[in-house]
Design a protein around this ligand. Structure first.
Ligand code: ATP
Ligand code: MG
Length: 570
């Protein structure tokens, strides 16, 4: 895999052309679309939550449906493995697709809707001598498949008469046999250089109840067979999937050809999305959830769509990201910084500004009367007056960020230090005059200062230069809150995909929880999901699971700048 850095690329203005759209254009020009309209599908298996890789596929498939005349995209659940699937996952998948901004209309489908048809197709394959019931064990089938350099061996059941296979298949379906007793295999070519064509299994016995069809079936179709024929039944024109299915395409085409499907769908593969500092397979994500390495599928550190949403990423950011990475035929790994930049760009115009102090230090303004309250007015957005203004109560005691004070600062430190004058944003110029220490530790626990009464609004009355501006919150009116700072889940850019090693690779600083933050009072009683820019700190969202208006919990969506990249000296 090659590392690709798209960080500096510009967002395209509209859906970009890509090699898949070019193939579709060529098919349309050649008159290959029987109904004249493109039909795509997004076929998730409901065995986990969707991740950002799925977002790439959703934007591709639903994006084509949006952009081509009369085109459609089906949301089809690939529910062919009842042992791993949950109805709950289906609901979450639908929610995530909708949240991303796409709509399947009345085209919600399930592979299980076609179980009767698929059964019929399988019988047709048996009748025409293209499939047989094989009674080898799973292990025997595996060991007789051969290798890349060695042909496979024919099953002793390969020439079983079709009537016998039909009878056995019917009885498999009626639940007469144990799991593993028999399978139905396509009869293709045990010597094919493509292992997928060496008599692949197309049906297996499973006694698990299915979330939608209950106990009706005791056999379930395998992925390749179900996928090809579900596409055919839905008259999908372009079946877009990831590169690992390239070697399966001959099998996909074999099913359609052998069953004489008119105007068969065309499979086109594209590269999977991989992101640095993440893992992207549902198997590994399931492991993280089940082992308690994260709080669940919606943990804001997860690369799931639900996790990103809870983290505060706007859906436009994900769509923009998918547009920028484009479509390729070559596997690559995309830098997380590109996604973070898309998030910053999407948040900037929509997030109202607010002031919040994450690590408070008390500042007492000695020449400001104790009972006085001044309601200052601040714009909610520096460039968008339509977002309105808010009142900021100012009082004698305010909190500032602990980092905004240094007792013995270096030359370029423009924030508070003894004797230094600093602007409190929207308020007054304040000079630090004194510090108060903890008698035991000697640590500074409070600073004192005086304000220039003529500098209201933070304006210098005589043109004297005040370089530093810091944010603050009134100590009397501030709202205490818990804030969670998130960072990348894995230290390494490319974590080892060994499930056992996964826990040990987690970045311990990926979650830092701070309990005694102070928010400006306008942030009291905001609803879950509300997104803000906390000035100078980053974008933050009210947590969708733990936030309550009277006990606020905010997640840091993303910092204002790429601090990680800077730390690494880039
Ligand atoms: P995983 O390996 O994460 O379990 P999957 O391919 O098994 O993924 P499905 O639910 O079967 O998950 O995927 C639904 C669709 O999403 C498929 O068409 C698949 O090709 C696509 N998809 C899955 N992962 C990615 C990815 N990382 N990048 C792009 N598309 C993806
Ligand atoms: Mg899959």
């Amino acid at each position: 895999m090659s590392a690709v850095d798209f960080t500096s690329s510009k967002a395209p203005d509209s859906a970009p052309s890509n090699f898949i759209r070019q193939e579709i254009d060529a098919d349309i020009a050649a008159g290959k679309l029987p109904q004249g309209a493109v039909i795509t599908r997004f076929p998730p298996e409901p065995n986990g939550y969707l991740h950002i890789g799925h977002a790439k596929s959703i934007c591709l498939n639903f994006g084509i449906a949006r952009d081509y005349p009369n085109a459609r995209c089906h949301l089809r659940f690939d529910d062919t493995n009842p042992s791993r699937e949950r109805a709950h996952f289906m609901e979450r998948i639908k929610e995530d697709v909708r949240w991303l901004g796409f709509d399947w209309g009345d085209r919600l489908r399930h592979a299980s809707d076609y179980f009767d048809d698929l059964y019929g197709y399988a019988k047709r394959l048996i009748e025409s001598g293209h499939a047989y019931v094989c009674s080898l064990s799973q292990e025997e089938i595996r060991s007789s498949r051969g290798t890349l350099t060695e042909a496979g061996r024919d099953s002793p059941w390969r020439d079983r008469p079709p009537e016998q296979s039909l009878d056995l298949f019917r009885r498999m379906c009626a639940g007469e046999f144990e799991e593993g007793a028999h399978v139905l295999r396509a009869k293709i070519d045990m010597a094919s250089p493509n292992i997928n064509l060496r008599d692949p299994v197309i049906y297996r016995i499973m006694h698990a109840p299915h979330p939608l069809t209950g106990r009706k079936w005791s056999v379930y179709p395998m992925y390749d067979f179900a996928q090809a024929l579900s596409d055919a039944i839905e008259r999908v024109t372009h079946s877009l999937c990831t590169l690992e299915f390239e070697d399966h395409r001959p099998l996909y085409d074999w099913f359609l050809r052998t069953l004489e499907i008119p105007s068969p769908p065309r499979q086109i593969e594209f590269s999977r999305l991989n992101l640095t500092h993440s893992v992207m397979s549902k198997r590994l994500l399931t492991h993280l959830v089940e082992q308690g390495h994260v709080s669940g599928w919606t943990d804001p550190r997860m690369p799931t769509i639900a996790g990103m949403r809870r983290r505060g990423f706007p859906p436009e950011a994900l769509r923009d990201f998918c547009a920028r990475i484009g479509m390729t035929k070559k596997d690559n790994i995309v830098e997380l910084e590109l996604l973070e930049n898309c998030v910053r760009e999407a948040c900037e115009p929509i997030a109202p500004r607010a002031m919040a102090v994450l690590r408070p230090l008390r500042l007492v303004i000695e020449n400001f009367p104790p009972d006085r309250r001044e309601d200052l007015v601040a714009p909610n957005h520096p460039n968008d007056p339509s977002l309105g203004t808010r009142e900021l109560p100012f009082t004698r005691e305010v909190f500032i960020e602990r980092d905004d004070f240094m007792e013995d600062p270096p030359a370029k430190f423009h924030r508070f230090a003894p004797g230094k004058e600093v602007r409190l944003r929207y308020a007054w110029l304040v000079t630090c005059t004194d510090v108060v220490r903890d008698p035991k530790t000697g640590e500074v626990v409070e600073i004192r200062g005086i304000h220039d009464p003529d500098s209201r609004g933070g304006n210098s009355p005589d043109g004297r230069k005040v370089r530093g501006t810091v944010h603050w919150v009134s100590a009397r009116f501030g709202v205490p809150a818990r804030v969670r700072l998130y960072d990348r889940l894995f230290h390494e850019a490319a974590p080892s995909p060994d499930p056992q090693a996964l826990g040990g690779q987690i970045n311990p600083a990926s979650l830092e929880e701070i309990d005694d933050c102070i928010l400006e009072p306008s942030l009291a009683r905001v609803p879950p999901g509300a997104l803000f820019q906390f000035e100078r700190s980053g974008y933050f969202v009210a947590d969708s699971e733990d936030h309550a208006p009277d006990s606020p919990v905010f997640n840091r969506t993303v910092s204002l700048r790429d601090t990680w990249g800077r730390k690494r000296g880039r």
